[in-house]
Design a protein around this ligand. Structure first.
Ligand SMILES: [Zn+2]
Ligand SMILES: [Zn+2]
Length: 331
């Protein structure tokens, strides 16, 4: 791997003709080596993107599968009575894998031409510094959260709910693997929020490397899997960053069917008032905790309130589903 410009080298090698490999970090060297090894940037970018998604998504699900299997952790389960069975987890995994291979894998080949179109750097080294990547990723987080908030609410509108979003709401007590359990149209609609931020940023600002996008996608997958985990630990991120949504916020959405439409942050739901029921639920629980109830009484109350919210959720779902051409029939 020299910096020779000889025409005997492949087209990919020529891309690196002016690169001084001795100045690269270990990661940058591996990055360039991968592109040189595959020797086709379209395939290299597609393969790397697909593998990143599979490894991060399923890799992040593994700790939650283990936690679900250990009764010790039940005390932090948001809906303690609803532990996913092995069968449910396997069915969900099969469905997610099926859509990854039948929808995502074919679509990913459009990715490289799109990166070329907006001028997103892919094979280029050196990679951007963290001081460049961190503000970009912060912007993608905020952009995605706002996009998701409105798109997710639209998916709760009768016809879209019935035909698309209902699949994701199959699990009223979600678990990590259920994060991407959704209709292909939903994957496309909500995936737009994840990808549009980087593409728009790149189209307007230029100067974006796919490495920054991979950092973003990795964190976004962690966010999505964790938000569906069904557990709220004392050390969960939302207890450190109070504006972070986390499982405690999104689990309520699955349980009660209403409220909490955003992904990463609590801001949108707070600003637009779509967290009123959630706040009432929390306030009741907090008051009960302060009232000096015994742990047993508290657990019973939580169980009762959870069941009540879940019952109301089932009713709210029926209302959404019964929507027909401008009228909402209740029952
Ligand atoms: Zn929803
Ligand atoms: Zn969800």
């Amino acid at each position: 791997m020299s910096n020779s410009t000889s025409t005997a080298y492949s087209a990919t090698a020529q891309l690196y003709a002016n690169t001084d490999f001795s100045k690269l970090t270990w990661l940058e060297f591996q990055w360039a080596s991968f592109y040189l090894w595959i020797d086709n940037p379209i395939i290299a970018t597609g393969l790397m993107s697909f593998l990143l998604h599979e490894i991060v998504y399923f890799g992040r699900c593994i700790p939650w599968i283990i936690i679900d299997a250990i009764p010790y952790f039940r005390k932090w389960k948001l809906q303690p009575g609803k532990i996913p069975s092995k069968q449910e987890q396997w069915e969900c995994t099969k469905q997610v894998l099926f859509s990854h291979f039948t929808i995502e894998l074919p679509a990913i080949w459009l990715f490289h031409p799109l990166t070329e179109l907006v001028g997103l750097a892919t094979w280029q080294v050196p990679l951007p510094s963290w001081s460049t990547v961190i503000p970009q990723v912060a912007f993608f987080f905020v952009f995605e959260d706002i996009f998701h908030y409105f798109a997710h609410q639209a998916l709760h509108w009768g016809p879209l709910y019935k035909h698309i979003h209902k699949i994701h709401h199959k699990y009223s007590a979600p678990f990590g693997l259920a994060a991407e359990y959704a209709h292909p149209a939903e994957v496309f609609i909500l995936g737009t929020g994840t990808l549009a931020g980087p593409f728009l940023y790149c189209a307007f600002r230029g100067d974006l490397h796919i490495f920054a996008m991979y950092v973003w996608i990795t964190l976004r997958l962690f966010q999505a899997v964790d938000a569906h985990s069904g557990y709220d630990f004392p050390w969960s991120l939302q207890h450190i960053l109070p504006f972070w949504s986390g499982a405690e916020h999104h689990d309520f959405h699955h349980m009660a069917f209403v409220n909490n439409f955003s992904t990463s942050f609590r801001w949108c739901d707070a600003i637009f008032g779509t967290d009123d029921k959630y706040r009432q639920y929390r306030a009741k629980m907090d008051a009960a905790k302060k009232s000096g109830m015994s742990m047993q009484e508290l657990a019973k109350l939580e169980q009762r309130m959870t069941e009540e919210a879940a019952r109301e959720g089932v009713e709210a779902e029926k209302v959404a589903e019964s929507y027909t051409y401008g009228k909402t029939k209740v029952q």
